[in-house]
Design a protein around this ligand. Structure first.
Ligand code: HEM
Length: 438
């Protein structure tokens, strides 16, 4: 029996002083225990202070830890912070707890770690390239990729869901959108794993310096994409890379370094998150067979709410960081310029003040004001529409083609402070023949 979430009791069982969100050991705990800890924080210390992890012991590139951060764990506070970028800025780094050198912030995180007016300018340019029309056009591609992946495993009756289905789907879609050939996909997969998991030793060679490994993975991606953009400038096609290198809004275009960091952001943001949502989705449907039956009985209606419930349930991004720019008060705590706050989306998505039965997976949950894609604000996920389409298509195809697919053994979690990942997810299903090709 898979025991991811036997419903969490609402009685706090961990002592608030024993919780350390900076300790990697916390992120190796089973999900249920992590959820309990966040319930304790929301109830007793919703803006708890933590010391920063000391990454300088594992990397010569990391500065010594700074002055610590506060963990924003309640839904109301996560939305308040996201709504006020003038008080809580992203420019000092949204994706790292420690203050990384400015060039590294710029290189790895690009627009997600910028503020206005620069952020508005970048978002204007990339939104034009990332238009809903382009994303809608990808839908047929998503169906084709999902169908092909399912065909490959259908006769086997079992597989590792992450390796065979969830990971290749999001990887192939984002690579296809960018115009990267299949021969480059394995490199993108390896590099984005190293960058996004930042610390899970499975993705590093023994003795690797994690930050150095991230940097070289980043350079490898940029090198690949720079070569592609040179080709696209000379011979434009209808892919996203062509759009990004040719988009010019009122004389504004991306500089080469902005283009490089946007490529890295897209390949990492668009890959890990969607893959983990789909894997958590299968796990949830296995644990809640009645919810699966509801989805299966009426996939077209239920997917509207079911997809967002998967994102709430999965909360694939653990946090984003903001830095305080002026004296302010949040949840009764005085904050001062330079203070760091981390927005814990998974915790906000289980907030019992906002969600009825937050620990129940409910594919018809409505309203569902989850903050899995971030809360309303300038940095709200640019890829939310695409991610929803991918999850929808994959669930639809799975439930139709492998209707009894279920998780058959314990999932292996990614050990990361930043992504709520699943590395391996064994699953079984009644073998079927691949579809006849037209
Ligand atoms: C289920 C899948 C996904 C989840 C849970 C997710 C989550 C997030 C979150 C939490 C943020 C930050 C919000 C904030 O700081 O306020 C974000 C931003 C972003 N996401 Fe996603 N994301 C997903 C899929 C994607 C995909 C598929 C792409 C693109 C291919 C993408 C591209 C981006 C970009 C470019 C940003 C930065 C936006 C900005 O700073 O203006 N994401 N996402």
């Amino acid at each position: 029996m898979i025991a991811r979430v036997a419903p969490v009791t609402h009685v706090p069982t961990l002592k608030v002083d024993d919780i350390d969100l900076s300790d990697m050991a916390f992120w190796a705990l089973p999900w249920k225990e992590r959820e309990r800890a966040f319930a304790v924080l929301r109830a007793e210390r919703p803006l708890a202070y933590f010391e920063e992890p000391d990454l300088s012991t594992s990397s010569y590139l990391a500065p010594p830890p700074g002055r610590g951060y506060r963990a924003v764990t309640r839904h109301a506070d996560v939305t308040e912070v996201s709504r006020h970028p003038e008080i809580y800025c992203s420019g000092k780094g949204a994706l790292s707890i420690i203050d990384l050198p400015e060039e590294m912030v710029e290189f790895f995180t690009g627009m997600i770690s910028t503020d206005n007016p620069r952020h508005a300018r970048l978002r204007r340019i990339v939104s034009a390239a990332f238009s809903p029309r382009r994303v809608d056009a990808v839908e047929r591609g998503i169906e084709a990729v999902a169908g092909r992946l399912i065909d490959r495993v259908a006769p086997l009756g079992e597989c590792d869901f992450v390796a065979e289905l969830a990971a290749p789907l999001s990887l192939e879609i984002i690579c296809d959108m960018m115009g990267l050939p299949p021969s480059d996909h394995a490199t993108v997969f390896r590099c984005s794993n190293v960058i996004a998991s930042s610390g899970d030793h499975e993705y590093l060679e023994p003795g690797d310096d994690p930050l150095e490994a991230m940097l070289s993975a980043g350079y490898e991606l940029v090198d690949m994409l720079t070569k592609l953009s040179v080709r696209r400038r000379e011979h434009p096609t209808d892919d996203l890379t062509t759009a990004l290198v040719t988009t010019n809004i009122d004389g504004e275009a991306l500089t080469p370094s902005e283009l490089a960091s946007f490529f890295i952001l897209l390949l990492t943001a668009g890959n890990e998150t969607t893959r983990n949502s789909i894997s958590h989705g299968l796990l949830a449907l296995t644990e809640y067979p009645a919810q699966r039956a509801i989805w299966q009985a009426d996939p077209l209606t239920v997917s509207g709410t079911g997809v967002d419930e998967i994102v709430r349930w999965a909360s694939p991004v653990n946090w984003m960081r903001r830095t305080v720019t002026e004296d302010t008060v949040l949840a009764g705590v005085d904050l001062h310029p330079g203070d760091k706050v981390l927005l814990f989306y998974g915790s906000a998505n289980r907030d019992e003040d906002v969600f009825e039965d937050p620990y129940t997976f409910d594919v018809r949950r409505d309203p569902n004001p989850h903050v899995g894609f971030g809360a309303a604000g300038p940095h709200f996920c640019l890829g939310a529409h695409l991610a929803r389409r991918e999850i929808d298509v994959m669930m639809r195809e799975l439930l139709a083609r492998l209707p009894d697919i279920e998780v058959s053994d314990e999932p292996v979690q990614t050990v990361s402070r930043f992504v709520n990942g699943i590395k391996r997810l064994p699953c079984t299903f009644t073998p079927t023949a691949p579809r006849a090709l037209p």
